[in-house]
Design a protein around this ligand. Structure first.
Ligand SMILES: [Mg+2]
Length: 317
């Protein structure tokens, strides 16, 4: 594997084409322009990174495949790259870490699509304050983008297992916008609409996770697969139950889109100090989180007294 966009050996056949794509990608990203002393980003066998002293590294990886994660009839290669990067950075934020570096692998049948996908990933990295430091490129039957992200963690992480009885459940934003946007796009109701933008240009809560951790939150998860499904994961791993007293639905979204639509990339945050969290977000100039429920001893989930079953996008094969 070429782990840092080094130029592959140039024998005959497809690898000549690959070499050209690698050049274009390296030019696109800008070679090592933010590398610190001693760091190497591109062009060697591997990248060398120097995290700041005392900070833990948080690593995760996520893949997006055309036709699986986005609809090729509606959206393009650039969109796939953006989505892959943002989905991965969202997981970094959900741990209470700050995005830092990323490696990106693009695979697909057409060189131009590989470039477009990488452009999308690069645009998302810039928006997410992340530097792409390496990756790989290959021909393959389906266009796919894999992002490995590294985040910096200053202190203990926000895990899915940290919720405690008596804690409050908060959301960074309203639910269901992404699913509603996909519904509108499929009806051909104008790709420029704000809800469609929420689907195809997700903006994960990259500052909020680290801030929630600093403000004493006990647990968090990002909503990638559906609010009820992701909330259920926190309840299950924490060994607790959850009572939701308010379903915070985005304007234009339905109740079921809010409960199980997925890809909202809002954060579910759990804390025993909700007022401090809300004040801290206001002080940082971030949109106000909203208290939507409580952690209870009896295992299970309830929405306004009714049993809430987890539902959403389950990608296990
Ligand atoms: Mg996640």
């Amino acid at each position: 594997m070429t782990s840092a966009f080094q130029n592959p050996a140039p024998p005959a056949g497809p690898s000549n084409r690959e070499s050209g794509v690698v050049e274009r990608i390296r030019n696109l990203i800008g070679v090592g322009d933010t590398a610190a002393e001693g760091e190497i980003f591109f062009g060697d066998d591997a990248a060398i990174l120097s995290p700041p002293p005392g900070q833990a590294l948080v690593a995760c990886t996520d893949a997006a495949v055309m036709g699986v994660h986005i609809d090729p009839a509606l959206f393009g290669s650039h969109d796939l790259g953006w989505r892959a990067m943002m989905a991965t950075l969202s997981d970094i934020a959900a741990m209470g870490a700050e995005p830092w570096r990323a490696l990106v692998t693009v695979i697909g049948p057409k060189a131009d699509d590989l470039i477009l996908a990488m452009e999308g990933a690069q645009a998302a990295a810039e928006a997410g304050l992340t530097t792409i430091v390496g990756g790989d490129v290959s021909s393959g039957s389906e266009l796919s983008v894999s992002v490995t992200a590294l985040g910096l963690l200053d202190g203990s992480a926000l895990t899915r297992s940290g919720a405690r009885v008596g804690d409050t459940v908060l959301l960074t934003g309203a639910l269901g916008a992404s699913a509603a946007g996909l519904r509108l796009a499929r009806r051909g109701e104008g790709l420029e609409q704000a809800l469609v933008e929420r689907h195809i240009r997700p903006r994960p809560k990259l500052r909020e996770g680290a801030l929630a951790r600093a403000l004493g939150a006990s647990a968090a998860i990002d909503i990638s697969d559906g609010f009820s499904l992701d909330l259920g994961r926190v309840a299950e791993l924490s060994g607790v139950g959850v009572e939701i007293h308010e379903l915070w639905v985005a304007d234009g979204a339905s109740k079921s889109e809010a409960l199980s639509g997925g890809e909202d990339y809002e954060l579910i945050m759990v804390t025993n100090a909700p007022e401090e969290l809300i004040k801290g977000f206001a002080k940082a100039g971030l949109p106000s989180p909203r208290s939507v429920g409580n952690i209870v001893k009896t295992r299970g989930m309830w929405l306004n007294g009714q049993v809430l079953e987890p539902s959403g996008f389950d990608h296990r094969l």
